[in-house]
Ligand binder design. Structure first.
Ligand SMILES: [Zn+2]
Length: 136
């Protein structure tokens, strides 16, 4: 997380699973999150700072039990970092704006990108297209 974020306030605002995932870098259990089987039309935002991260048009069924996207909403919205925890080499994905942990990206996604952004529901906040939160 970036240092200018008030972690105490976040702890109060977020649910425990949101905090553990987005702030502490945890992973929700597969098939337990709010969005793995969610089919709304809109934008998935960062649960911490509300930056738009993924669009529902790039969401697809990966069968993993986590929301999966083949692309970020815009270049530069999602940052990657090498993650060598759990004795594996994976690529962690983070919110480029606030540094919240999102999940991991894997090179086994569908075309056109070939990427699978495997994201925790707990790191996301869905905003319906045309809804009151929409920045149109
Ligand atoms: Zn963020």
């Amino acid at each position: 997380m970036k240092t200018d974020i008030d972690q105490e306030r976040l702890r109060q605002r977020l649910t425990p699973i949101q905090y553990q995932t987005a702030v502490e870098g945890g992973t929700e259990r597969a098939f337990t999150g709010e969005y793995w089987d969610h089919h709304g039309d809109g934008t998935y935002r960062c649960v911490v700072c509300q930056a738009p991260l993924f669009d529902s048009t790039t969401k697809y069924e990966s069968g993993s039990g986590w929301p999966s996207f083949y692309d970020a909403v815009e270049q530069g919205r999602v940052e990657t970092r090498e993650d060598r925890s759990l004795f594996m080499s994976r690529t962690e994905i983070l919110c480029a704006n606030c540094g919240a942990h999102l999940g991991h990206v894997f090179p086994d996604g569908p075309r056109p990108t070939g990427l699978r952004y495997c994201v925790n529901s707990a790191s996301l906040d869905f905003a319906e297209r045309g809804g009151e939160d929409s920045p149109t």
